[in-house]
Design a protein around this ligand. Structure first.
Ligand SMILES: Cc1ncc(COP(=O)(O)O)c(C=O)c1O
Length: 398
């Protein structure tokens, strides 16, 4: 049997819209992107959503907004030491210094008890990631941010569908950045989106995604109907060629938005199936808890069913890599559970951190893996995974 890590569902509506966009000749950002932004914003209870070309860019652009609000290049942003490397890359690409904080091994998320110690005069923001859809402790993070006058940007790349203390993940921060890559729950194939309740932030995000130009309309009539733009010379100079800030080239196109609109229609069904798969796997792994750990869903939260994390415990007489190799040989696709960005990712070595600085993140980096929970997996796949885990454990522990 094969158990692939990811899947994609492309609906008939998406196919129809892709056809229409191709026939219209308008395939770069236009009305479908706007429609997708409006629907996504509604879906996560945000006033505004700005679509970009990746989840990484969603993080980068959200951070870059802060330059309009007093942040300086080289200022600091607090992030968890363990995340997909994009979280750290984004801080560096936005021109800030990442300040890494170790994680809590049980939740895989930033250890909120260590955040205040990491705040300095140069700190401008905290960017928690809700790893594997498990919500970070947003109430505590918000409290610290309020006290220390910091922005909060949620890296919600893996957190579609997650809820924390009665509010959706993404509703807590000043901005939230989602990935729409195809392994994620809502997808545009490649893509990302930033949500916010502050119109001013959304205006700046629209400028940033298009080279920093002065145009900030939420729908560009030039892009949708080749119409006459009354604003173009309103300020005496062509606003399309006034570049107000250091920008990026990060627009979503109509074909991606068409896939996204279909994906949103399927959302309820996809989330239901994925949550069933995740919660079933969590409960069935209990049998092996002498050697294997995973996350739990607490009473005041809903985990967004991104994937199923497994951590090989210290006492296990086998390594993560041996376990992964066994699963792989038996057709079960896995991914590592990321690594400690500052100490286990060679690209970050120049920042000067040393192995041992982030023990929990490093432990997960050495011992964690994750498996798909996507909508094309059924009970037969879960049975197969659990049977393989049992066989492996029986063979390696006897
Ligand atoms: C926590 C986290 N942040 C950011 C990203 C970046 O998203 P993308 O791959 O769409 O650039 C990912 C990707 O999966 C992620 O898991």
């Amino acid at each position: 049997m094969k158990v692939p890590f990811g899947t994609i569902t492309i609906t008939q509506r998406s196919k129809d819209l892709i056809g229409k966009a191709l026939d219209s000749g308008r395939v770069s950002s236009g009305k479908y992107v706007r429609e997708f932004e409006e629907k996504f914003a509604e879906h996560v209870n945000a006033k505004e959503a700005v679509a970009v070309s990746s989840g990484t860019d969603a993080d980068v652009l959200a951070l870059a907004v802060l330059y309009d609000f007093g942040a300086k290049r080289g200022d600091e942003v607090i992030i968890p030491a363990l995340s997909f490397v994009a979280t750290g890359n984004a801080v560096l690409h936005a021109g800030f210094k990442p300040v890494f904080v170790d994680i809590d091994k049980d939740t895989l998320n930033i250890d909120v008890n260590l955040i205040e110690k990491a705040v300095t005069k140069k700190t401008r923001a905290i960017m928690p990631a809700h790893l594997m859809g498990k919500p970070a402790k947003m109430d505590i993070i918000k409290r610290i941010a309020k006290k220390r006058n910091l922005y909060v940007i949620e890296d919600a790349a893996e957190a579609h569908g997650a809820v924390y203390k009665g509010k959706k993940v993404g509703e807590w921060g000043d901005m939230a950045a989602y990935s729409l890559y195809l392994a994620h729950i809502i997808t545009t194939v490649e893509g990302g989106i930033v949500t916010t309740n502050k119109e001013k932030f959304a205006d700046i995000l629209r400028s940033l995604r298009c080279h920093g130009r002065a145009c900030k309309c939420n729908i560009c009539i030039v892009n949708t109907a080749s119409d006459y733009c009354k604003k173009r010379f309103k300020y005496g100079k062509d606003i399309r060629f006034i570049f107000e800030r250091v920008g990026y080239s990060s627009k979503m196109n109509e074909l991606e938005a068409a896939v996204g609109l279909g994906s949103l229609e399927m959302y309820d069904k996809i989330i239901e199936k994925r949550r069933y798969n995740l919660l079933t796997m969590i409960s069935r792994l209990k049998k092996f808890d002498k050697y294997l750990a995973t996350i739990q869903e607490d009473k005041d939260e809903k985990v967004g069913p991104h994937a199923f994390p497994i951590i090989v415990k210290e006492r296990a007489p086998f390594s993560r890599d041996r376990f992964v190799d066994y699963l792989d040989k038996n057709g079960i696709d896995t991914r590592d559970l990321f690594s400690s960005m500052p100490t286990q990712c060679p690209g970050f070595a120049y920042l000067g951190h040393k192995l041992g600085d982030f023990p929990n993140a490093e432990f997960i980096g050495n011992n964690g893996l994750h498996i798909g929970v996507h909508q094309d997996l059924g009970d037969e796949h879960i049975d197969y995974i659990m049977n393989m885990v049992e066989k492996f454990i029986t063979a390696t522990t006897k």
